[in-house]
Design a protein around this ligand. Structure first.
Ligand SMILES: C[S@@+](CC[C@H](N)C(=O)[O-])C[C@H]1O[C@@H](n2cnc3c(N)ncnc32)[C@H](O)[C@@H]1O
Length: 325
């Protein structure tokens, strides 16, 4: 049973969790028994459980900003390892942390990852649960935090940021040409009382932009922008990519990695150009330094995968292998 919604610029369906680009990711990561797999965005554990099933035995390191998702992912990986009980020595390590911190945690655990995956963005449970405040389809508190232990919600940003900064966020992270108008309207609206719910925010944005009438709700870009700002998504990605690049250069020049193993496969799944551009840039410079481009540029979902899993429509997988020169 599916229910169509239109959020964050693509049509979504509420359905059981389907990991994006799963077959392509497994091909790129190429799991082997006994290896170490690190997943920076464990989510519901879809990719991680499939890797564990392929490895049969090994170590899985899970990280996620969302403690609930992390628990779900660990349970999924445990079940996957349990299906190969002849290999009892598997290990699962879970870290409730930003993926920017995961390389350090892996190093502190004395591990080097043979495979690393970051499947960026939010999880289906975030949009499906109105209480998390990611959705403008159903009203809920204006929250949008992936990590609910962090102090600042989207409502706090909308209440406190100067008009100029709101406009910058909506322009830069939402790529919305109406950013100035939306920011002005938000500042006018909040003078009349706090904007506390997703429906209130969507209403103000629609009033600023006008009806539109197109398939994409005019609030889509502002919601994406605030979500990126609340969770510092691009700052975290930049820090993670810096850690990938530093270790990759050590390995490619014949040294030892601190958290990645020689021969490691490193993969990113991105959903929009603000995420894809920095991944593409760092991977291009590592490929120039000798890394192998496993996916030969970005891999996209097939038509049949998009039909089954509409979130895959905008997904791009990039993967490299760090074989020393
Ligand atoms: C698209 S889902 C991952 C789905 C997962 N691959 C699966 O198959 O179930 C993205 C997950 O990354 C988490 N996340 C987003 N940004 C993060 C960050 N900076 N650090 C750690 N986790 C993050 C979200 O909480 C969410 O659970």
């Amino acid at each position: 049973m599916v229910r169509a919604t239109a959020e964050y610029g693509c049509v979504r369906f509420r359905m059981s969790h389907v990991p994006v680009l799963l077959a392509r990711s497994l091909d790129a990561l190429h799991p082997a028994p006994g290896e170490v797999y690190a997943d920076g965005t464990a989510g519901l554990g879809g990719h991680a459980a499939a890797v564990a099933t392929r490895m049969k035995t090994g170590t899985v390191v899970l990280g996620d900003l969302d403690a609930g998702n992390l628990g779900r992912a660990a349970a999924a990986v445990e079940a996957a390892f349990a299906s190969a009980p002849e290999h009892p020595r598997s290990r699962i390590l879970s870290f409730h942390t930003n993926f920017a911190e995961l390389p350090r945690r892996i190093e502190e655990a004395g591990l080097r990852a043979d495979m690393f995956l970051a499947d960026l963005g939010f999880a289906s449970v975030h949009v499906d649960d109105p209480a998390r405040g990611f959705s403008f389809m159903r009203d809920g508190p204006l929250d949008m935090r992936m990590d609910t232990t962090r102090p600042l919600t989207a409502a706090d940003l909308v209440a406190s940021l100067p008009e100029k900064e709101l406009a910058r966020i909506i322009a830069d992270y939402g790529e919305d040409r109406a950013a100035g108008r939306i920011a002005r309207k938000l500042v006018q609206a909040r003078a009349g009382g706090p904007i506390r719910t997703t429906a209130q925010l969507a209403g103000v944005v629609r009033a600023a932009v006008g009806g539109g009438g197109g398939p994409i709700d005019p609030a889509t870009r502002t919601f994406q922008a605030l979500r990126i700002a609340v969770n510092d998504e691009l700052g975290s990605l930049a820090a993670l990519l810096a850690a990938v690049e530093a270790d990759a250069r050590r390995i490619l020049s014949g040294g030892a990695g601190r958290w990645l193993a020689a021969g490691a496969r490193v993969a990113f799944i991105t959903f929009h150009s603000l995420e894809d551009r920095p991944v593409k840039r760092v991977f291009a410079s590592l490929i120039a330094a000798g890394a192998t481009d496993i996916t030969d540029g970005p891999a996209a979902a097939s038509e049949s995968e998009v039909r089954e899993n509409p979130r895959a429509r905008s997904a791009k997988l990039r993967a490299i292998r760090l074989t020393p020169n």
